[in-house]
Design a protein. Structure first.
Lengths: 166, 586
């Protein structure tokens, strides 16, 4: 019996193969969204990293204790490797073609470190708490807080802090 | 209400994975499908607090709690506890000294938002929710905040804010208790002052070892050339700490805590379970960090900074803070002590989206620098000082303790960079000084040209091992005077023959000595090192010949018994000296 609890597959003991179709439907867009920000708008890299991470998870079958967190961490790593290879292939190109409505945001996000981008998206867009963000990123919770603090400060500078009632 | 940056960020909610991503998943992994991926994150069950506060002239305070995780970030406090018992919190907004200045503070809890205290004005909730907050800025009253409530505080202006936890409750046992208050003292004009408070504590007791000490170093700086004052209490003993003109000393008892100046002090050994208390008063900066991690405490890190503006003229500003830390055992040990912990010092460099790298394989001294090294996981720039950033590259020096997971170095602890001792070759002549001392025996054959000719002849010999000059007095502009140095020539073969031949060319002080390996053999060994490294899976970072010691130096990321054995089998005992960038933690 496999259950999904807050995006986390449990009941490893039952050794049933996780329903990765359901997992992809639940988390695929969220992983991609995070990787899209993490890579500073590299949709191609984000897609490949997302797909590769899920594909590796499928290959592992029921062996993963926390498949969701595992997928995120693998996706981050795949993206880093891909960007590194990409830079060696064509260092002069950044490969970012941003939709007009996102260009300002992506420009600001690229002023942050990759970890700051990931933390701020996981926390403020995916609505994960700090412990969950730490779990997804494979880093300590205090580190997440530092990333979040710096990211928010920088985004306030770059995008403004004026409020509305929405 | 949301801020502009938050609204912008929400646009990402419309970003979805392209439809073809599913098909790509179905085609399977292109990388190593058996890659085990990152290991499970070590759970940290103890006190975790991080605070960062303020922009210009800002002030704020607080944190308390508990059993799982506390969040204090940019004035945010999330209260988490095992029981839905409310936490009693008292807020005090005071503006009794800076009349005419308009303090501004915002407190958010739950879905409520509080715009507080303008020149003694009433406090009210903007959404109309009734509150038992203070009716004015000077009368603190407690509010009850349910477990799980998210509090957010953001303030600026000239005022004082205090936030305190009420009496400890069962839901929030007093594992960690931190109070902070920063007070701006009124003056004739508005005082500009900045303060920052950062506290980050992770305490893990992976294998509860009763009585094993936590080693801490306390540092007090006096950036503002005044007289910081701090008190450190531990094990029931209180010590005063003065830093006067860069001199720090303990008073009030001997023991193992002695500080000699404002720089890093002697580490203190603090048993697990010790309650530490640090009280700092005006103009002090105190930081507390582990000198060496112990297996009893996987990691502990605390930095507290209070900085005053460096004005030419002293402005009245005071700050104080108090932190109490109780070191506790982990409920669920998650780290197994092992001997695979490694330590090394070097540069860490993070470029763009790549993982930060520990530059153990050489650094290119460009701007920004470039390097090769091992990828780091769990790296945190807030743990080092003096890092620099240029464009998308950030770099800084540190000493890192961690362990390898695959090819990734997982950080356990970070400390200040420790430069390796610069032990150059020992150029002392390896010959006994002749009777009558080192003298020129034939001045007609003691010129620079004669020396050059003697060296050239020696180096042409197949059994030549080394050539160097030993200065008998420190080199100066006229060091080339032959009376001031000894020409040293090493050979593996017939020394008497080489001595006769050298003396025919060189009439100055001469030392002919025996070594085991010829220069050519050293070069041959050096060329073959990469093959040996590849055979045993070692990563070589550099190699160089050391003719003085008659060895080849082999730089590696980390040594291993397999590598040591292979080198001895291949080249003989002592032919290669391994220089590891990372060494086992003992």
């Amino acid at each position: 019996m496999m259950a999904t609890v807050g995006g986390r597959l449990t009941d490893r003991e039952a050794s049933a193969t996780p329903d990765f179709d359901a997992l992809f439907r639940a988390e695929g867009d969220r992983v991609f969204r995070t990787l899209y920000a993490f890579t500073g708008g590299r949709a191609d890299v984000a897609q490949e990293a997302t797909a590769e991470a899920f594909a590796r998870a499928v290959a592992h079958g029921g062996q993963l204790r926390e498949p969701v967190a595992w997928i995120y961490r693998v996706a981050f790593r795949v993206a880093i490797d891909e960007l590194r290879r990409d830079r060696r292939r064509a260092p002069e190109q950044d490969g970012v073609i941003a939709p007009p409505e996102l260009s300002g945001l992506l420009e600001a996000l690229r002023e942050l470190s990759p970890n700051q981008r990931a933390a701020v998206v996981l926390h403020h867009v995916l609505d994960l708490d700090v412990a969950e963000v730490a779990d997804r990123m494979g880093i300590a919770t205090p580190t997440v807080r530092v990333h979040l603090h710096r990211a928010r400060s920088r985004l306030r500078e770059l995008l403004g802090s004026e409020e509305d009632d929405r | 209400m949301t801020q502009a940056w938050e609204r912008e960020l929400q646009k990402l909610r419309s970003v979805n994975a392209p439809d073809e991503t599913v098909g790509r998943v179905g085609r399977g992994p292109t990388g190593d499908p058996f890659d085990t991926g990152p290991g499970p994150r070590q759970r940290i069950l103890a006190a975790v607090v991080a605070i960062a506060v303020f922009g210009a002239a800002g002030a704020f305070a607080y944190a308390g709690f508990a059993d799982r995780t506390d969040v204090v970030d940019d004035g945010e406090v999330k209260i988490v506890g095992p029981v839905a018992e409310p936490l009693l919190v008292t807020f005090s907004f005071r503006d009794d000294e800076n009349v005419g200045v308009l303090p501004l503070a915002t407190l958010t809890y739950g879905d409520d938002r509080l715009q507080a205290c303008t020149s003694g004005a009433d406090v009210e909730l903007t959404d109309g929710r009734s509150t038992n907050f203070a009716a004015d800025c000077n009368t603190p009253r407690p509010i009850e905040v349910p477990q799980g409530t998210l509090l957010a505080f953001d303030g600026e202006g000239e005022f004082e804010v205090e936030m305190r936890r009420g009496p400890p409750t069962d839901a929030a046992p007093g594992i960690y208790d931190l109070d902070l208050s920063v007070t701006w003292v009124p003056s004739e004009s508005v005082v500009e002052a900045e303060a920052a408070f950062v506290a980050s504590i992770e305490i893990v007791d992976p294998a509860p070892t009763e009585g094993e000490p936590l080693v801490l170093t306390v540092q007090v700086d006096d950036r503002n050339r005044f007289e910081p004052y701090a008190t450190l209490t531990y094990s029931g003993e209180e010590r005063d700490l003065f830093c006067r003109s860069y001199t720090v000393m303990w008073v009030g008892g001997g023991g193992d805590g002695m500080m000699t100046n404002c720089g890093p002090g002697t580490p203190l050994a603090v048993p697990v379970g010790t309650e530490l208390e640090i009280v700092s008063e005006p103009r002090a900066e105190v930081s507390l960090s582990p000198a060496q991690p112990t297996m009893a405490i996987g990691r502990a890190f605390l930095t507290i900074d209070v900085t005053w503006p460096r004005n030419d003229v002293w402005r009245s500003a005071e700050a104080s803070f108090q932190a109490r830390l109780l070191v506790v055992e982990s409920v669920e040990p998650s780290v197994t002590p092992s001997s695979d912990l490694l330590v090394g010092s070097g540069m860490v460099l993070e470029e763009g989206v790549a993982a930060p790298e520990f530059c153990l394989g050489g650094v290119l001294d460009s701007f920004p620098p470039q390097c090769s090294g091992v990828p780091l996981r769990g790296w945190d720039w807030s743990l080092v000082e003096g890092e620099q950033t240029s464009g998308e590259t950030t770099w800084g020096d540190a000493t890192i303790i961690g362990r390898f997971e695959g090819e990734t170095f997982v950080v356990s602890s970070v400390g200040p960079y420790e430069a390796a001792p610069d032990e150059g070759p020992d150029f002392t002549p390896p010959c006994e000084e002749p009777q009558g001392g080192w003298v020129v025996t034939d001045p007609t054959r003691a010129s620079d040209e004669d020396r050059t000719e003697a060296i050239r002849d020696a180096e042409a010999q197949p059994d030549h091992t080394a050539s160097w000059i030993s200065y008998l007095t420190p080199p100066t502009d006229d060091t080339e005077d032959p009376g001031l140095y000894v020409l040293v020539l090493g050979f593996a073969g017939d020394l008497e023959r080489h001595r006769r031949e050298a003396e025919e060319l060189w009439g100055g002080p001469l030392c002919i000595f025996q070594q085991e390996r010829t220069y050519r053999e050293l070069r041959s060994i050096q060329r073959r090192l990469e093959d040996v490294a590849a055979e045993v899976g070692a990563e070589m970072t550099f190699s160089s010949g050391d003719v003085v010691s008659n060895q080849v130096e082999m730089g590696v990321i980390v040594s291993s018994p397999q590598l040591e054995q292979a080198l001895v089998e291949r080249f003989g005992e002592g032919a290669v000296r391994i220089v590891p960038a990372l060494r086992p933690v003992r």
